[in-house]
Design a binder for this molecule. Structure first.
Ligand code: FAD
Ligand code: NAD
Length: 510
């Protein structure tokens, strides 16, 4: 819904077509970009018509405000007057009107739950819902079902704690098998301890205001076969704790992941290196009091405050180089997260990111995404179709596939770029292809110079049918595709035309 600057939007090649996961965008009028909206919200204009008052809104009242020039929408118990925002909404007025006079939380979550609407719409806040919807999702008391499909949810984990003179150990019994170090994200910030365990599409949270201080660093161990997670905290003082602390929001609850908010921690910029003329490798360091490993194929959100408004954009972590991965696996408790990020000079977020100095901070969310490592099971042929920075999810996938899938016969990357200068990590890719017989790379340029004698053009049936040859008649195939949304959409259509099934295709969008 938010976050998209525009004039005649979207430009044919604008990456913004991707930002909302393929939903159509409408052309916005001149002067209706995100920056223009931010300016309006800072102008002091009364955007709710309530002269700064906040009111309690009943369902009956909400229903009355269902017209374009008088449109209220409830999101997670808070009601916003979105009429002034209508013309700035990149998804168009009609899309907003779908939630007019009603609770738009589900609609919002389906489209872009990561968008920071609280910050973007704060001047449009009318008040809270007076009745049921005032309780945000996931804050229901433990005894009430939090999800109508509760029967399908995993068995709720439980936790326990014990102590020695110097240590406090928190043990989470997930009662699940497929738990590993990626599954748990731990943070200690402002005396609050937070451990989120991801179990399928659910999140189990331990969230406690600790009764005593602890040291910044802690250890996290997982006993995979029994699904037990042990977090060992170091006391600052060797005193006996009578209780662990007081519960905070959603503590000890298992809730659908889609109903949880994004949680951020501040990470420090450690280095920034040029990779191509417009793409850089950024290295961020997690705080010592965070345990977070981004699973393969998942992305995080980076957040910066730009002219007083929090702006959030998704980015896919990579490894620090392609070849290093083949020397040693990444340390399990790696504190560094790397990103390959293209700087768009006229973009909203990336120029700000580029202006950060080494040592500055960026907020990084917990990981999101629906890629499952189980998609690699028994895989024989892996085809990667990447365009521009759509290469980023392929980096870890490539590494994982070549090192961890015993059945793998072939990995082929078709990498679409405008010019040779745009190709990210070209020499590393070529070296890898030289070193590993299973890996082939094909570059395709859409705007090459006359010297280019490789493949040319956009994604097409001819290019794909030649490229996507199975190594055996019935070999198990996975095709991953990522790039600008028109590229991905067209690619998926062509793959279906070539008779690849849904299960054989994974597309990266939000
Ligand atoms: P924007 O402000 O969004 O602008 C981008 C471009 O569009 C600019 O060239 C701008 O001039 C143009 N534009 C904007 N408005 C208009 C207009 N009205 N008319 C014409 N043109 C316009 N990117 C990476 O580099 N690396 C990653 O690892 C990465 N991972 C991603 C993961 C996911 C799941 C998704 C969905 C996207 C990912 N992206 C990644 C893209 C990233 O999220 C941002 O969209 C991108 O960095 C651009 O942000 P921006 O705010 O700087 O630019
Ligand atoms: P770009 O503009 O440099 O284009 C790269 C190539 O994409 C082009 O050479 C062309 O072959 C193809 N392409 C571009 N527009 C096309 C169109 N309209 N139809 C068919 N093919 C087209 O790419 P970029 O600026 O690096 O943008 C990369 C995109 O990938 C961004 O939109 C970004 O949001 C997206 N991305 C998504 C994820 C994800 O996980 N969803 C991750 C990283 C990047």
């Amino acid at each position: 819904m938010l976050n998209v600057p525009s004039q005649s939007f979207p430009a044919p090649s604008s990456q913004q077509r991707v930002a909302s996961g393929g939903r159509s965008k409408v052309p916005l009028k001149q002067g209706r970009s995100l920056m223009d909206w931010i300016r309006l919200t800072k102008s002091g204009k009364d955007l709710t018509g309530l002269k700064g008052r906040l009111i309690e809104v009943t369902e009956e009242e909400l229903k009355k405000h269902n017209k374009k020039d008088d449109c209220w929408i409830c999101i997670r118990g808070f009601v916003y007057n979105v009429s002034p925002y209508m013309e700035y909404h990149p998804g168009g007025e009609d899309e907003l009107m779908r939630a007019a006079g009603s609770d738009g939380t589900d609609l919002f979550d389906q489209v872009h739950r990561w968008v920071n609407y609280e910050s973007m719409l704060k001047e449009c806040l009318v008040g809270r819902m007076a009745v049921k919807s005032a309780v945000p999702k996931g804050m229901l008391p433990k005894s009430q079902p939090t999800n109508p499909l509760a029967k399908e949810s995993p068995v709720s984990p439980s936790y326990d704690w014990f102590q020695t003179d110097s240590l406090v150990t928190i043990v989470i019994y997930t009662k699940q098998k497929d738990i590993n170090l990626d599954s748990v994200i731990v943070d200690y910030q402002d005396d609050s301890f937070r451990a989120e365990t991801i179990i399928k599409d659910y999140s189990y949270l331990i969230y406690i205001g600790l009764s005593h201080e602890i040291q910044e660093d802690f250890s996290v161990q997982v006993v995979e076969n029994v699904g037990k997670i042990e977090i060992v905290l170091k006391k600052t003082e060797n005193t006996s704790w009578t209780c662990l602390g007081h519960p905070l929001e959603n503590h000890n609850l298992l809730i659908p992941k889609k109903d949880t908010g994004l949680y951020y921690r501040k990470c420090q910029l450690i280095s920034k290196e040029d990779v191509t003329h417009d793409t850089k490798l950024f290295c961020l360091m997690l705080p010592p009091s965070t345990h977070l490993q981004v699973p393969i194929g998942q992305h995080v959100y980076l957040k910066l405050t730009i002219t007083g408004t929090e702006i959030v954009k998704p980015y896919t972590p990579v490894s620090n180089s392609l070849l290093s991965e083949f020397k040693e696996p990444v340390l399990p408790n790696n504190k560094y997260i790397y990103f390959l990020i293209k700087i768009y000079p006229a973009g909203l977020f990336t120029p700000e990111l580029d202006h950060l100095q080494i040592g500055d901070f960026v907020s990084v969310s917990s990981p999101e995404g629906n890629f499952k490592i189980s998609q690699f099971q028994e895989l024989e042929d892996l085809f990667l179709l990447a365009a521009g920075t759509g290469f980023t999810p392929m980096v870890k996938i490539l590494n994982y596939a070549l090192t961890n899938i015993p059945t793998l016969r072939k990995v082929k990357l078709m990498f679409f770029n405008k010019t040779e200068d745009d190709i990210i990590w070209r020499s590393q890719l070529e070296k890898l292809a030289f070193k590993d017989k299973r890996f082939d790379i094909e570059f395709v340029l859409s705007a090459p110079t006359s010297e280019w004698n490789g493949k040319q053009g956009h994604i097409s049936p001819a290019l794909l049918s030649e490229f996507l040859k199975r190594s055996l008649d019935k070999s198990k195939v996975l095709i991953c595709i990522c790039g600008p949304m028109p590229f991905t959409e067209q690619g998926i259509r062509l793959l279906h035309d070539l008779n690849f099934s849904k299960d054989e295709i994974h597309s990266f969008t939000t």
